[in-house]
Every structure is written in structure tokens, then in C-alpha cells.
Ligand binder design. Structure first.
Ligand SMILES: [Zn+2]
Length: 305
């Protein structure tokens, strides 16, 4: 089964906790992907706390990036580092795309060229903290996209780098929708009408995402699935999937598990291998094969082509 997952923080965990990509005690590893042919988006997470210990955000990025690139090369028998999805279903190996979560290292448009030269395909414009590009969902800052943020989105459009609007404030989201001429990604967020959290998106935002041609990755973090997170389970994941399907999202949803970026998971979900349960549940619910394929990889593949 082909499977794309639009967000994990495995590089961050590996760097700060030690451990390798082939097997570890984390939520994602090559071993845990057994049985799937995967293309995963591995985020270099720009943690505002951790990067204070580095001379600059750029130095922090370079350190985590070099670490993970080395890890990829040590596992090159089983994982291939790619920048688009054109070879995904033909490759005999698992595939990895590198992304940056949080634009705090971008002080000028030239920094986008730097990330592009490093084969960074996707940039999550903000994390929980607002930055020079725009305001974030968790900051309560209503500023939206800044003039620099606007230039950065245009630059990314011209290069083919994808804007990821998970973590963006509503205002930033709407501002990017006006500026971006390319499909955007909302890599790891759910439906706010089912779980009232600022990290989730409203139905109106999802409709705009569909119009833009973009794709959203369903996040498994309990606090983004249920207003009472302790109640989150497999069923909760399906509430969000089916809500987006009811809005007409058949071509616009996929997965963005957030594995290794979260300290809790829904009941019954333990790590990457739990995807097999999710796919079995789709089959049990009589989802047509084509719909299962769209959610598992085709909708994510489209925005990467
Ligand atoms: Zn995140």
C-alpha cells in the first residue's frame, strides 16, 4: 500500500534524543513503516526554545539539517531523498522529502533561495510563534501575512516550493490564499467545527483550500481531534475525515500524522504501524478503493507534481 504522510518531527527527536531512522523508540522509523511504500515529509522543526542555544536560527537549521541528511545517507539502501512525488509509485525504496517547520530563519527573500538550494520543498510559514513572515494560530496576533511574508510566498511560488499553512493564524491563511498562485498545503490540522482549537481550520477555510487546489493532512494529536482530548480514538480520526468528505473534500485530504511531534496519541494508535488499522477501518466502512488511494497518497502527490 502506498502511503504519504505530510508531517512528522522525527529529525528533531532524533537530533535531541539520539536514535536512528531505521529503528528507534519513537513513533516513526523505517521498521515501523514495514508493509507500506511511503513518502514522508520530514520536518526540520525550528523550535524557538531550542534555537536560543545556537548562534542563529540559520546555525540551528544547518546543524539539524546536516544531522538528518547524514542519517538519510546512512540509510540510503532503504530510503531515497526526493524533492517531488514523480518517482514515488515506481521507486523500490521508501522516500523522504525535507521540510522546514517555522520560518524564523527567514530574514529576507534570499533565505528562500538558501532553503531551495538545500532541497527544502515545503516551508511551514510559522510555528506557534509569529515571525517576520506572519502571525501564528497560537500567538493571538492578528497581523496576518507581512510584506516580507508576501514576497516570500511569491518567491516560493516561482521556485516551486510549497507554502504550508498549518500553524498560521486565520488572517495569515486568508492573506496567503490571496497571494499564492499555487496550491498550498495544510500539513497537519483538522476541522475546527468538530474540535474547537485555533490550530484547526474552519469549514470556510477548507472550502477556500479546495478552490485553491490544495490538500490538508489529518493530524492525529488528541487535542486537535476532540474538545476532550482523552476521548480521542480511531473513531475521532474518522469524524474529521468524514466531515471533510461531506464538505466535498474527496480530492483534498490526506494524512499529516504529526508523529514524533506529539506527546499523546488517540486510543489504539501507537506509532506509524497503526496506519494499517486506519486503512482497515476505511475498508470496513466500505470506502471505494479509489477514495482510499486518494486519501492515502494521491491527493498529496498531486500538489507535489
Ligand atoms: Zn506542528
Amino acid at each position: 500500500m502506498f502511503l504519504m504522510d505530510a508531517h512528522n518531527d522525527t529529525p528533531y527527536r532524533m537530533y535531541f534524543e539520539g536514535g536512528n531512522l531505521s529503528e528507534n523508540n519513537f513513533q516513526n522509523s523505517i521498521q515501523k513503516q514495514k508493509g507500506f511504500r511511503t513518502l514522508l515529509f520530514y520536518a526540520i522543526f525550528m523550535d524557538p526554545e531550542k534555537l536560543k542555544k545556537f548562534p542563529s536560527p540559520r546555525a540551528y537549521f544547518d546543524t539539524l539539517y546536516d544531522y538528518f541528511v547524514k542519517e538519510l545517507s546512512q540509510n540510503k539502501e532503504s530510503v531515497e531523498w526526493v524533492t517531488d512525488a514523480s518517482t514515488f509509485t515506481k521507486s523500490q525504496k521508501q522516500q523522504a522529502i525535507l521540510t522546514v517547520e517555522g520560518g524564523s530563519l527567514i530574514k529576507s527573500v534570499e533565505a528562500v533561495d538558501y532553503l531551495w538550494s538545500k532541497k527544502i520543498k515545503i516551508l511551514t510559514l510559522t510555528w506557534n510563534d509569529s515571525n517576520l513572515l506572519g502571525s501564528s494560530a497560537m500567538s493571538g496576533d492578528a497581523g496576518g501575512l507581512t510584506p516580507l511574508g508576501r514576497q516570500v510566498v511569491q518567491k516560493m511560488n516561482s521556485l516551486g516550493m510549497i507554502s504550508d499553512l498549518s500553524h498560521a493564524s486565520d488572517k495569515t491563511f486568508w492573506d496567503v490564499m490571496k497571494v499564492s498562485e499555487k496550491p498550498v498545503l495544510v500539513s497537519h490540522s483538522n476541522a475546527r467545527s468538530l474540535c474547537n482549537h485555533p490550530r484547526n481550520i474552519t469549514d470556510e477555510m477548507f472550502r477556500a483550500l479546495m478552490e485553491n487546489g490544495g490538500t490538508l493532512g489529518i493530524n492525529f494529536y488528541p487535542s486537535f481531534l476532540e474538545d476532550e482530548p482523552q476521548k480521542a480514538d480511531l473513531e475521532s480520526i474518522f469524524h474529521h475525515i468524514e466531515h471533510f468528505l461531506e464538505l466535498g473534500g474527496e480530492n483534498h485530504i490526506g494524512f499529516g500524522s504529526d508523529f514524533d511531534g506529539v506527546d499523546a496519541l488517540p486510543k489504539g494508535i501507537t506509532d506509524f504501524s497503526s496506519f494499517s488499522k486506519i486503512i482497515k477501518e476505511m475498508e470496513r466502512r466500505n470506502y471505494p478503493k479509489n477514495l482510499i488511494e486518494k486519501i492515502c497518497y494521491k491527493n498529496m502527490m498531486r500538489i507535489l507534481s
